[in-house]
Design a binder for this molecule. Structure first.
Ligand SMILES: Cc1cc2nc3c(=O)[nH]c(=O)nc-3n(C[C@H](O)[C@H](O)[C@H](O)COP(=O)(O)OP(=O)(O)OC[C@H]3O[C@@H](n4cnc5c(N)ncnc54)[C@H](O)[C@@H]3O)c2cc1C
Length: 420
């Protein structure tokens, strides 16, 4: 048995804590914020548990779109001008990561094992924590104005198929029968039945941490600032209020993880892909499926709080103030998806949020021992798929801490890849 300090109580840290406790370790969880609270990306995301999310953001020819990202601050992907100089090294790596089909295919293949069984893995974790009802598996509906719009994404869907994703194609009529709330603008649909949803990710993470505490974990509301090492061995995690002696540490601090990784020998180019949501309370409609409209680049999902519209990518760093007009774009687009939504939503019926996706430029997380101290395990950088991949990542963390051969090949997730 070792004492492991888990830094960060988002989905990755919370699930890792449970897995470590199950293996019989002593666990301390460190987070200055509330577990599952609004400071974490894990709170406000699109709620989707999609094994089909193997497609990285970067694709061939994407560099042509960069001027548009700079010109339109409300577009689905936007770069703030003032942030561009700092962003350039990450951006150039990002564009190169998807510059060829072969690179995209390699990324998809590397993501596949982290995502494949996600709904089932999360169902088991949620049941263990007493909130099994939060995980549902009714499939996710991708909707397109026309079949041609689906065909325009042929590369992405081919890569999904090559990675074991199956789907049902739905005609106009079938779409209407499956999802009566949907606008008639959409005439073609794809139902990925194996995809799932976590209806309330904030509540789920909070329940996992509460479960971990019930199993004996200590929860401290402090911020980690570094490590005390002896040679390459870990002795303690340093926090703003002192040290916590530790045999192992897990860096699961989301978009701030690179600051800690640098302390143990790994300079990881981690960016925040800022995303937004708007939640419409009592929307007056109840879509049967979680929906992804191809022209909206957003998730439209029912949650206990109402209809959540989540998406957008804004590259503007960790500190800049949110641009709430972006959440307004999501809210307004929802009426194009669901025409029966009320036209004038009272302000108090719409709650907005901004959060930080922890994103590496190549779309793959960092999972594995730190270069300068193998007692410290990286578990961050999951970008757009961290909720989904959190469960498999947590298991890998427990394998590494327990000295077991990991069930998934870790080479693609090594932080050392950024030294090249
Ligand atoms: C709009 C949006 C939509 C998304 N949709 C989906 C989706 O549908 N499906 C999906 O799989 N993923 C989705 N994602 C991505 C997903 O939310 C993230 O990848 C995931 O939540 C990251 O989890 P995490 O545990 O690594 O980080 P976080 O959830 O951000 O948690 C990190 C925690 O670390 C704490 N912390 C930070 N620094 C320190 C420190 N120094 N010491 C101690 N604690 C610290 C923070 O307070 C925070 O609580 C979406 C993200 C966004 C923004």
């Amino acid at each position: 048995m070792v004492h492991a300090v888990v830094i960060g109580a988002g989905i990755v840290g919370a699930a890792a804590a449970v897995e470590l406790l199950r293996d019989g370790h002593r666990v301390t969880i460190l987070d200055p914020g509330d577990p599952g609270g609004e400071q974490a990306a894990s709170y406000g995301n699109g709620t989707l548990l999609n094994p089909s999310s193997v497609i990285p953001m970067s694709s061939p020819g994407l560099w042509r779109k960069v001027p548009g990202w700079l010109a339109d601050p409300l577009g689905p992907l936007a770069i703030r001008w003032t942030y561009l100089p700092r962003l350039l090294p990450w951006l150039s790596r990002f564009l190169r990561a998807g510059a060829t089909e072969a690179r995209m295919a390699a990324t998809a293949q590397a993501l596949q094992p982290l995502l494949a069984d996600a709904p089932e893995r999360h169902r088991r974790l949620a049941e263990e924590a007493g909130v099994g009802e939060l995980i549902t598996r009714q499939g996710v509906l991708f909707v397109f104005p026309t079949r041609a719009d689906f065909e325009a994404e042929a590369l992405a869907w081919r890569l999904r198929r090559e990675n074991g994703v199956h789907w049902l194609e739905l005609s106009d009529d079938e779409l209407r029968q499956r999802e009566p709330t949907l606008s008639r603008r959409y005439t073609f649909g794809v139902l990925v039945e194996e995809n799932g949803q976590c209806r309330d990710p904030g509540a789920y993470v909070a329940a996992l941490v509460q479960h971990a505490v019930g199993l004996g974990a200590r929860l401290l509301r402090d911020k980690a600032i570094g490590f005390r090492l002896e040679g390459t061995g870990l002795r303690a995690v340093r926090t703003t209020v002192g040290e916590i002696e530790a045999d192992r540490a897990v860096i699961a601090a989301g978009a701030r993880s690179h600051l800690l990784a640098a302390e143990v020998g790994d300079r990881v180019p981690l960016e925040t892909e800022r995303g937004y949501h708007a939640v419409i309370a009592e929307p007056g409609i109840a879509p049967r499926y979680p929906l992804m409209p191809s022209d909206g680049k957003m998730a439209c999902v029912m949650t206990p709080q109402g209809l959540r519209l989540a998406g957008q990518v804004e590259l503007a760093g960790l500190e800049a103030a949110p641009n709430w007009r972006r959440a307004g774009v999501l809210r307004d687009f929802a009426r194009r998806v669901f025409p029966d939504l009320p036209a004038d939503l009272p302000v108090d019926k719409v709650k907005v949020w901004m959060g930080h996706r922890p994103s590496t430029p190549d779309g793959l997380p960092c999972i594995g021992p730190a270069s300068g101290c193998p007692d410290v395990v990286h578990a961050f950088g999951h970008g757009h798929v961290g909720l989904t991949a959190g469960a498999a990542t947590a298991r890998l963390v427990a394998d590494l801490v327990g000295g077991r051969p990991p069930s998934i090949q870790l080479a693609p997730y090594s932080a050392a890849r950024f030294r090249r």
